[in-house]
Design a protein around this ligand. Structure first.
Ligand SMILES: C[S@@+](CC[C@H](N)C(=O)[O-])C[C@H]1O[C@@H](n2cnc3c(N)ncnc32)[C@H](O)[C@@H]1O
Length: 421
C-alpha cells in the first residue's frame, strides 16, 4: 500500500482522489471479508520469508491487484508492530507513519488508568493517529471522542477501535488547536478530560523545538491552563523551564531507555517531578519530589560507580538517588555517582571501579593488555569520544572483559576501568 501520510493540515488531505483519499479507500477495502482473506494470505507469505517480488506476484495472482499491494503493506506494518503490540498487532491497521508515532499499549493503559482514576467518564483524544490512546482510554471505561486532521488517521482509529471490540468511540474530523481554544469550563469538546499527543516528527525527522510540533507548544500551554484534567505527551528532551507551575512532569524509562515524557494537568498532578523506572521484569519503581531537590554534592571517586537511569537524570532527581545511596557526583556537571558500597537500587546501574586514570589512549591500552582484558564496553558522559569506535580500538587478544567509562572527574578527562556488572 502507499504509505505516505500527508502532513496534518495539508490542504490536499481531504481532496477526493488525492493520496489520503486513496489510502482510506484501500483501508476500507481491507476491512471487508475479501480484504481479511488477503491480509491472512499476505501474513503467510511474509512468514514464509519469500523475497518481496515473488511474494507480491503470488499475492496478486491469488487475491487480485487491488487488494494485494495494500494487504502486503499492512502485513508488513503488523510484523513491525508485533514486538510492541503482541497478538493485537494482527488485528490492527497501521501505516508506517502512524506506527512510527504510536505509543506503547502497555504505557497507554497505565496513563489511561491514572487519568480516569478521579472519576473521569469522557475523554477527548486530540490527535488520535492509529488510536493507541483512544483504545486504552475506551478499554479503561471512558467514552472517547477521537479527533485528527488526517483522514488516514481517522480511518485507522475507526478500524482499530472496531477491531478491538470498542465500537462506541466517536471519531471526528477536527482541529485540536481550535478545540483547545474553544475550551470552556475546563472541558474540551464537552469531555471531562483531554489527552494531547502532538506530532513531533515532520518529513521523517524529529522536531526538537516544541514550537514546531503539531499542535505547537502554545496549544499545549493553553490546554494545561484551561483544562485541569488533561495529559500531554511531550519529547523527553523538554526543557524543565517550559513546565508550568502546578503541572507534574513525569519521565518513564523501560529497560534502561526513556520511552516517554508526560505533563499531567493540574487535577491529576500529585508532585513536582516523577521518574518512573520500569525494570526488565515489568516492576514499576517511582521516585518523586514535591520541589526541586537541587544538585548532588561532588566528591572523589570511590570504590563504586553508579550510572543513574535516564528517567532519574531527565526528571532532575539524581540528588535523591545520591542521598539514598550515600553517593556523590564524580564531577559537578556529570551525572555519574560514586560511593563506597555496591547499590541494589532501581535508580542506578552499578560498577565496581578497579582503576582511575587520566584519559590517555596508549596508557589505557597498555593497562588493559596487562590485565588480559580483550573486550570492553565503553560508556561516556562529558566526553566527545565515540564509544563504539573506542571499544574497537581497545579490542585485544585477552579473554577478560571490562566496562571503560570515559568522563570528567573534577573537570579533568578521566577513564574509570570497572568490572562488568
Ligand atoms: C503523535 S500522533 C498521536 C499518536 C497517538 N497518541 C498514538 O499513541 O497512537 C499525533 C497525531 O496528531 C495529529 N494532529 C497534528 N496536529 C493536529 C491538529 N491540529 N488537530 C488534530 N490532529 C492533529 C496528527 O495527524 C497525528 O495523527
Amino acid at each position: 500500500m502507499r504509505q505516505a501520510v500527508p502532513v496534518p493540515g495539508d490542504p490536499h488531505d481531504d481532496e477526493p482522489g488525492g493520496q489520503a483519499a486513496e489510502t482510506v479507500r484501500q483501508l476500507q477495502a481491507l476491512a471487508t471479508p475479501a480484504g481479511g482473506a488477503a491480509l491472512t494470505r499476505a501474513r503467510e507469505l511474509l512468514a514464509g520469508r519469500a523475497d518481496a517480488v515473488t511474494a507480491l506476484t503470488r499475492l496478486r495472482a491469488e487475491v487480485g491487484v487491488e487488494l494485494a499491494g495494500p494487504a502486503w503493506g499492512i502485513a508488513r506494518q503488523r510484523e513491525r508492530a508485533r514486538p510492541v503490540f503482541g497478538a493485537d498487532a494482527d488485528r490492527l491497521f497501521f501505516t508506517a507513519d502512524a506506527l512510527e508515532q504510536a505509543g506503547r499499549p502497555v504505557l497507554a493503559d497505565r496513563r489511561a488508568a491514572r487519568l480516569l482514576a478521579g472519576g473521569v467518564r469522557s475523554v477527548v483524544d486530540l490527535g488520535c493517529a492509529a488510536g493507541t490512546d483512544t483504545i486504552a482510554l475506551a478499554r479503561a471505561g471512558a467514552t472517547v471522542v477521537a479527533v485528527d486532521l488526517d483522514p488516514v488517521a481517522r480511518e485507522l482509529t475507526r478500524l482499530n477501535t472496531a477491531a478491538s471490540g470498542l465500537p462506541g468511540v466517536e471519531v471526528r474530523d477536527a482541529d485540536a488547536v481550535q478545540l483547545v481554544a474553544a475550551a470552556s469550563e475546563g472541558r474540551v469538546a464537552g469531555c471531562d478530560a483531554a489527552v494531547l499527543d502532538p506530532a513531533r516528527r515532520a518529513g521523517g525527522r524529529r522536531q526538537l523545538d516544541p514550537d514546531r510540533w503539531s499542535p505547537k507548544w502554545s496549544t499545549v500551554q493553553a490546554l494545561l491552563d484551561a483544562v485541569p484534567t488533561c495529559l500531554v505527551k511531550v519529547a523527553p528532551g523538554l526543557d524543565h523551564d517550559r513546565v508550568p507551575a502546578g503541572v507534574e512532569a513525569e519521565w518513564v524509562s523501560m529497560g534502561g531507555s526513556i520511552v516517554e515524557a508526560l505533563l499531567w494537568g493540574r487535577a491529576p498532578s500529585r508532585t513536582w517531578r516523577r521518574a518512573t523506572v520500569i525494570d526488565r521484569d515489568g516492576g514499576v519503581h517511582e521516585l518523586t519530589a514535591d520541589a526541586d531537590p537541587g544538585d548532588a554534592e561532588p566528591g572523589p571517586v570511590r570504590g563504586w560507580l553508579h550510572e543513574p537511569d535516564p528517567a532519574v537524570i531527565r526528571s532532575g532527581l539524581v540528588s535523591l538517588a545520591a542521598a539514598e545511596l550515600d553517593a556523590t557526583l564524580v564531577d559537578p556537571t556529570i551525572a555519574y555517582l560514586t560511593s563506597d558500597a555496591a547499590a541494589d537500587s532501581p535508580w542506578v546501574s552499578s560498577y565496581r571501579v578497579s582503576e582511575v586514570l587520566p584519559f590517555n589512549l596508549k596508557k589505557l591500552k597498555a593497562l588493559l593488555r596487562a590485565r588480559g582484558i580483550g573486550r570492553v564496553v565503553v560508556k561516556k558522559r562529558g566526553s566527545p569520544i565515540e564509544p563504539e569506535a573506542l571499544a574497537r580500538q581497545l579490542r585485544g587478544p585477552g579473554e577478560g572483559s571490562a566496562v571503560v567509562v570515559v568522563t570528567r572527574v573534577a573537570g579533568a578527562p578521566t577513564v574509570l576501568v570497572c568490572d562488568p556488572s
